[in-house]
Design a protein around this ligand. Structure first.
Ligand code: UT7
Length: 351
């Protein structure tokens, strides 16, 4: 028996924010963002809309797409680094929103690799016979990281005013990160099925030695209090990133782990129909494509419309590829991701 993705769905936040809109509140430009990252626009959640809300939109669609009712789901895995609350996790909140009954829910993190780690868990649950139908959700609302007191409401049209020079300078201090991220959610339903289609093999890796290259120092339970005005003012409640190091790791380790799952399954890399790469930066995606020696059409991307949605990128991309006909029955594809942790991995999937 194999674990098969029988339904997909996405949660699309309402506000589309262009590079030009961001350039009105900080020193950046459409050209810089496009050239360095490929991103043209991203979605922002509405005020008060959390990752559970977006996850619920995606999950409802995925459950219906699988031809199921919410009551048919046996377990939930919710991957996010931007939960509605520190406690409890999004799992119980999603369970209530969807009316799933008292089934178990697992909250996982693993940031950009959250979807892949979730796939591994779902596969183990299904292979062991513990659960038959697993709902896996990746959802993020990154926008609360942004310093909203500095005129950010203007980019989603909730406020009409010129921002001050001081606000612009402060926004510019975090521009290397804030321009990259967007909000969004993707969900898949995974069920056990006999036949050749389905998941496997999956390879996951973690290198805690790289924990410092992408981390959020503030809002930490090593601090007393765990969050303070001083931390906010010091920019410690925003992720801190060594962009170049993450970039180098991504273009090296993702091709390596794709080759690992290919070797384990006996499928040559050139025989893959598609490689779905975590959508953080178009230059990284192209770097992975070139390192694998694959033509660009085998490595689709949507980062230009979504920005980096962390745990949501792979399920959103897979859903869109199914919708636009790029994913067809009988294909062999690989999902791969790398992110904060460092966590990275790859999963081979036959449609
Ligand atoms: O999901 C995993 C999470 N993260 C990633 O995968 C990110 C991986 N890294 C990257 O994508 C790239 O490193 C970035 C896109 C973050 C940055 O690209 P880069 O080519 O490494 O640029 P840089 O950091 O070397 O910055 C080059 C210049 C700097 O100016 P100076 O010092 O050369 O005068 C920055 O201050 O670009 C400046 N800069 C900006 N300019 C306009 C940084 N951010 C911006 C911005 N707009 N948004």
């Amino acid at each position: 028996m194999r674990s098969v993705i029988t339904g997909t769905g996405i949660g699309v936040p309402p506000h589309v924010v262009t590079n030009e809109a961001l350039s009105r509140i900080m020193d950046t430009s459409d050209e810089w963002i496009r050239v360095r990252s490929g991103i043209q626009e991203r979605h922002y959640a509405a005020p008060g809309q959390g990752s559970t809300d977006l996850g619920a939109l995606a999950a409802r669609q995925a459950i219906a797409d699988a031809g199921l009712l919410p009551g048919d789901v046996d377990a939930v895995i919710f991957a996010t680094m931007t939960p509605d609350h520190v406690l409890p996790g999004n799992g119980p909140l999603l369970q209530v929103a969807l009316g799933l009954g008292d089934i178990p829910t697992f909250d996982i993190r693993q940031q950009c690799s959250g979807f892949l780690y979730g796939l591994e868990l779902a596969d183990l649950f299904i292979q062991s016979g513990r659960y038959r139908r697993v709902l896996l959700v990746g959802a993020e609302v990154h926008t609360p990281f942004m310093p909203w007191h500095l005129g950010w409401d203007t980019v989603i049209g909730l406020e009409v005013r010129e921002i001050t020079e001081a606000e612009r300078m402060e926004n510019t201090a975090s521009r290397d990160r804030t321009v990259l991220f967007g909000d969004g959610a993707g969900a898949v339903v995974i069920e056990g099925r006999d036949g050749a289609a389905g998941l496997g093999p999956i390879r996951l890796h973690t290198d805690g030695g790289g924990a410092g290259v992408l981390t959020m120092p503030g809002a930490s339970f090593k601090r007393r209090p765990f969050v303070s005005h001083a931390q906010i003012e010091a920019g410690e409640t925003l992720p801190v990133m060594s962009g170049k190091e993450v970039f180098r790791s991504a273009v090296t380790l993702m091709p390596q782990v794709v080759r690992e799952v290919c070797a384990l399954s006996g499928v040559p890399v050139e025989a893959l129909d598609l490689v779905l790469v975590h959508q953080a930066n178009l230059r990284i995606i192209e770097g992975v494509q070139k390192a694998l020696g694959l033509p660009p059409e085998k490595v689709p991307h949507n980062v230009e419309r979504w920005g980096n949605t962390t745990a949501a990128t792979l399920p959103i991309l897979f859903h869109e590829c199914r919708q636009n006909g790029l994913v067809q029955p009988g294909m062999t594809l690989v999902f791969t991701a790398l992110g904060s942790g460092l966590h990275w991995g790859a999963a081979l999937y036959r449609t």
